[in-house]
Design a protein around this ligand. Structure first.
Ligand SMILES: *Cc1c(COP(=O)(O)O)cnc(C)c1O
Length: 375
């Protein structure tokens, strides 16, 4: 079907744009010999795991369910990190994952022997205490009081036996200059332990596929760790894999006035694009301008009862009318994975735009999906 014929609301992944991102990431792997795995929490669309697996080394997970998805649907290297593992899940996690990364020495003490016995790689997440994001505390694992990673001062060397890698994850939508800064903090604080390791995982948050990203600096960071310490380097970006590779299509249901023009859409910021409210950010909208820039300005709002269910104020060349379709950009990552059915909102359909431009709905949801996630 044509793009214009897709049902709304609908997420649409653009295969050509996804593949372009994968080629950029694969180029880094080819030139440096590092390994890049998909952080599934940003993008768990298993429909594309076979394609992603052609370019990347595998998957990483935040826990059992994502680990299982990566194992079953991509079947390549499977990594996992969780702040703490559950006793009743650890055996299954170990059975399907290759790298098990622990957040603390107490977790290592509790579970390390099981993972080693199963022949799996054991890693420790470290906290380099090097904040490179300002005013972004909820996305900064180095913020004071953060639960993430062992501090250099708390190292318990007697528990390091069998630990072959260190993992840090401190970035969020950042460029490689911040990676370089972080890496220098890692080298300074953990210098003593690096020589005995086999691998290091730089985590995610590298915006590698963004236009202004400095790839040569990333590659020099990777090479420095390879050459100075003989380490294998892993990266586990989520966002960068599907950055700008998806759209979200919604329709206008009604227009309304209250000191300004308001358009009510068949979607909801809180249910279908929660990062617009949480992050927060303003999603790009094709054919629109900032409020007041074009002749007709509207507040785009959702169907739920939440007054703050507002996507933002946008302007248009023509007045909006019932049935008009709006296409938001940058709607692949941290969207589909975060939807809710609050207010009984239906979940958006999921579609793909193939390389020849044809579109296809790959999943639709209904009442049962709302009902069965509650009791
Ligand atoms: C979130 C996360 C990632 C992926 O981060 P992006 O910002 O999506 O690239 C990778 N590793 C860990 C441990 C994470 O928590």
């Amino acid at each position: 079907m044509k793009f214009e014929e897709l049902p709304t609301p609908c997420y649409v992944i653009d295969e050509a744009l996804l593949e372009r991102n994968l080629q950029i990431l694969n180029g880094v792997m080819q030139r440096t010999g590092c390994k890049i795995v998909l952080a599934q929490k940003a993008f768990s669309m298993s429909y594309y795991y076979p394609l992603i697996g052609e370019y990347l080394s595998g998957t990483t997970a935040s826990g059992l369910f994502e680990a299982r998805l990566g194992y079953e649907e991509m079947g390549k290297e499977n990594h996992v990190f969780a702040p703490a593992y559950r006793e009743d899940e650890i055996d299954e996690i170990i059975s399907i994952c290759d790298h098990i990364i622990f957040n603390s020495f107490s977790q290592l003490e509790k579970f390390k022997h099981k993972a080693l016995q199963a022949g799996k790689k054991v890693g420790l997440r470290i906290n380099p205490q090097c904040s490179t994001q300002v005013g972004h505390e909820i996305y900064d694992p180095c913020t004071p009081g953060s639960r993430f990673g062992a501090l250099a001062d708390d190292f318990r060397p007697e528990l390091l036996e069998g630990v072959t890698g260190l993992h840090f994850h401190t970035l969020c939508q950042q460029n490689s200059d911040d990676l370089d800064t972080t890496l220098r903090a890692v080298e300074e604080k953990f210098a003593q332990w690096l020589p005995q390791m086999e691998w290091i995982n730089f985590g995610g948050g590298h915006h590698i596929t963004r236009e202004d990203y400095d790839i040569p600096l990333l590659e020099s960071c990777i090479k420095r760790m390879q050459e100075n310490y003989g380490l294998k380097v892993y990266l586990e970006p989520g966002e960068a894999v599907a950055l700008n590779a998806g759209y979200f299509v919604a329709s206008v249901l009604d227009t309304h006035q209250n000191g300004m023009e308001i358009a009510i859409l068949d979607t909801s910021a809180t249910c279908h694009m929660p990062d617009v409210l949480e992050m927060p950010y303003r999603p790009p909208l094709f054919g629109s301008g900032e409020a007041g820039e074009k002749p007709f300005t509207y507040r785009l709002a959702g169907q739920t009862c939440l007054t703050g269910d507002v996507i933002g104020d946008y302007s248009f060349d023509e007045p909006l009318k019932c049935g008009d379709r709006l296409v938001f950009g940058d709607m692949a990552i941290y969207t589909m994975v975060k939807t809710t059915t609050f207010n009984g909102m239906p979940l958006p359909a999921i579609a793909v735009k193939e390389k020849n431009g044809d579109c296809k709905v790959v999943r639709e949801f209904g009442y049962e999906n709302f009902k069965t996630r509650l009791a």
